[in-house]
Write a protein of this length. Structure first.
Length: 317
């Protein structure tokens, strides 16, 4: 298996050189100014990206595709992905809460924004429990998990993959997986930074910050990337081999895994009497939360490997 040297300033295009020499330092400086603790933790959050870059160097040239397209896929979805997803998800929540909760929509929207119970009175906590333990709220969790998180986020990653493919014009089917992985990893990385900043900003304990880092690096990063790779395999069937697959089938696997993962975690939070997501701290809840995530992620990896072997990737016709 041949390897290739990393792009150097002299060999990379001007936009890529500006990205590394201007964009990256500016981003780091801005994050350092806004939240020095988060900036200090960013190298850890970037460790999956660093590992992926190291692996990418070992991919043969005839399969690796365009480094420039892969880079811009990663950067582009990091910038635009959460913005588009956030706008669509907020619109969905607003319409859904109005339909399901009527005059109580404002109460649910207000409690949904609460990220900690610190300072909450006993009356507020009891009210949240009553709001969470209702059939309509469980229905809202299901709709948001599969449609708001699953369809929206996996759809955005598929759009990023399609843009990359149209730009790069792959010569080998393996390139689809390269761009799919960059879309998933790019989305996960910025999401990880946002979640970590929220945890740090709440003044959480060192233990909770460490747990958040563990979850984001080992679960969120791998999860988003595996979901994108599953979509990448279906994209090869549809877009490279011409199989008549509707778009919903291209992202269906990723949506089901992603939606079930989120639904299980939201159910746990609701069972603990919360509207929205409040991170559990007791051992029983952590075990109940981690178990389905680990099981789903493990099955998703097996699913990907099984399909990968069946497809027997080849040069594009």
């Amino acid at each position: 298996m041949s390897s290739k040297p990393p792009a150097t300033p002299s060999s990379a295009s001007l936009p890529i050189r500006l990205l590394w020499t201007v964009g990256l330092p500016t981003t780091v400086a801005g994050l350092t100014y806004y939240s020095p603790p988060t900036a200090a933790l960013t190298p850890l959050l970037l460790s999956p990206t660093i590992l992926a870059a190291w692996y990418y160097r070992s991919v043969p040239r005839e399969k690796s595709g365009s480094t420039e397209v892969a880079t811009w896929t990663y950067v582009g979805i990091s910038v635009l992905g959460p913005l588009v997803a956030g706008a669509l998800q907020l619109s969905l929540i607003s319409v859904m809460f109005k339909a399901l909760f009527g005059s109580q929509k404002g109460d649910y929207m207000r409690e949904l924004q609460r990220v900690t119970l610190e300072g909450a009175t006993t009356d507020i906590i009891e009210a949240r429990k009553r709001m969470a333990w209702t059939p309509n709220y469980f229905a809202a969790l299901a709709v948001f998990s599969y449609l708001g998180a699953g369809v929206v986020e996996e759809g955005i990653k598929y759009v990023a993959l399609r843009f990359a493919v149209l730009r790069a014009r792959p010569k080998h089917e393996y390139e689809y997986l390269v761009y799919a992985a960059m879309a998933g990893l790019g989305y996960a990385t910025i999401e990880n930074i946002i979640v970590t900043q929220a945890t740090v900003g709440k003044g959480e304990s060192t233990g909770m910050i460490g747990l958040t880092l563990f979850e984001r690096i080992f679960f969120a990063s791998i999860g988003h990337t595996i979901m994108s790779l599953l979509t990448g395999l279906q994209s090869i069937r549809r877009d490279a081999r011409g199989q008549k697959l509707p778009i919903w089938r291209v992202i269906a696997r990723a949506v089901i895994y992603h939606g079930t993962w989120d639904f299980a975690l939201f159910l746990l939070s609701a069972w603990n009497g919360n509207v929205g997501w409040i991170h559990p701290t007791d051992a029983k809840s952590l075990i109940l939360g981690f178990s389905p995530v680990i099981a789903l992620q493990g099955y998703a990896v097996w699913d990907f490997m099984t399909q990968f072997k069946q497809l027997r990737l080849r040069p594009c016709e």
